[in-house]
Design a protein around this ligand. Structure first.
Ligand SMILES: *Cc1c(COP(=O)(O)O)cnc(C)c1O
Length: 381
């Protein structure tokens, strides 16, 4: 056994280039949404093969913008998976609409289209499938169970650079939303991006993120008419990304595919070297597509594991290996339990994923030795 280590579950990968990219906005004094954000948006749209990419302050605010742009409000129902980050459901409540949970598949961790079909009502206006941990939800199966008037917003917070049947995440639904939180594939500290091919939706998202204003800041500051103040046709928000973040995002985006390839190599090694650990199920890979490997989330089989999931996580912590549950079952969180009277057994797939998933370290600062050390620790159990 090699010496004791300290291996993080995830860590962002930034360096000299990001540092240098901050110079220009700082020297010019253009700090909020401006030329760097615009360049980041254009590059992001090109990489994800969509007409429009609109930056926001986070994926949470991006999802809020997407729902607001679709005009979703009180009386409307939006279907969300029960196993996801809480924000996917919270944004529905921000609009005064009702989140309706659907169960997830225990193997892919993603929304189960068959369960979505059971939750549809005449009030269903949209579905938010989540591409959890970088694996795209089964979009064809989902589309098949939905009426044509129901909109799809991809929660692609974990899925920058992922693809499904040859098309990138963010180009698979009516709108897509990405996150640049440090825990995600590329980062701007905090940040998000809304993608769409629909000109009208893109226009509404752009206005809504800037107080509902219909004249851009660029036009106001550089246009020929100094008397121009914006008109406000919509109740908007201030969800503008800073140009400091845009500058960093532009550099990070250039590294996206290298980051994913590096993580895919580590993931392949995990799959191969942990194959003998029979009580630990490896995450699913897409049959036709690319996993973005935002996280490597295993499933501890409770009927076969030598100890409980939590004891295994404690054991690994003692070896200096950070782990986390994959994410949470939102229907089991106190606010949702109390407000909607939900029970853990209402969504058994999400309940089991909540109790049995375990993310093990995967990031671009991990060495081959780190991975060997983790494999050894798990094999020793
Ligand atoms: C991280 C995450 C979010 C929220 O992203 P922020 O940028 O932190 O707001 C939403 N949905 C999912 C699935 C996520 O993993």
């Amino acid at each position: 056994m090699t010496e004791r280590r300290q291996i993080q579950i995830a860590t962002p990968s930034l360096g000299e280039e990001e540092w240098q990219a901050l110079r220009e906005p700082i020297e010019t004094g253009w700090l909020t949404q401006g030329p760097k954000v615009a360049a980041f948006e254009n590059a992001f749209a090109a990489r994800h093969e969509v007409k429009h990419a609109v930056a926001a302050t986070s994926a949470t605010t991006g999802l809020h913008l997407a729902l607001a742009a679709l005009g979703i409000g009180p009386g409307d129902e939006v279907i969300v998976p029960a196993f996801t980050w809480v924000a996917t459901a919270n944004v529905v409540l921000y609009c005064g609409a009702t989140p309706v949970f659907a169960d997830v598949d225990r193997v892919t961790y993603n929304i189960d289209p068959k369960d979505v079909a059971r939750r549809l009502t005449p009030k269903t206006k949209a579905v938010i499938p989540v591409h959890l941990f970088g694996l795209c939800a089964d979009m064809a199966a989902l589309r098949k169970v939905l009426r044509p008037d129901i909109k799809i917003i991809e929660d692609a917070a974990c899925a920058a650079g992922a693809s499904w049947e040859g098309r990138p995440a963010g180009a698979l639904g009516d709108l897509g939303v990405f996150s640049f939180h440090p825990r995600k594939s590329i980062t701007t500290g905090e940040g998000g991006m809304v993608t769409t091919n629909d000109d009208g939706l893109a226009d509404r998202v752009r206005k809504l993120r800037n107080h509902g204003a219909s004249v851009s800041e660029e036009e106001r500051h550089h246009g020929p008419r100094p008397y121009l103040l914006p008109e406000f046709e919509l109740l908007g928000f201030n969800y503008r990304m800073t140009d400091l973040q845009g500058a960093v995002g532009l550099v990070q985006l250039k590294k996206l595919d290298t980051f994913i390839d590096e993580r895919a190599d580590l993931a392949a090694r995990y799959r191969k070297e942990l194959a003998g650990v029979r009580w630990l199920r490896m995450p699913e890979e897409p049959p036709k597509g690319r996993h973005a490997w935002q996280a490597f989330v295993t499933y501890v089989n409770p009927n076969a594991a030598p100890r409980s999931r939590n004891e295994i996580m404690e054991f690994l912590q003692q070896q200096g290996i950070s782990t986390r549950p994959g994410t949470h079952a939102v229907h089991m969180l106190k606010y949702y339990r109390q407000r909607f009277g939900l029970k853990p057994d209402d969504f058994p797939g999400a309940r089991d994923c909540d109790r049995n998933t375990m993310a093990i370290p995967l990031h671009n600062r991990m060495s081959d030795d780190d991975l060997s050390y983790i494999v050894q620790a798990l094999s020793r159990l």
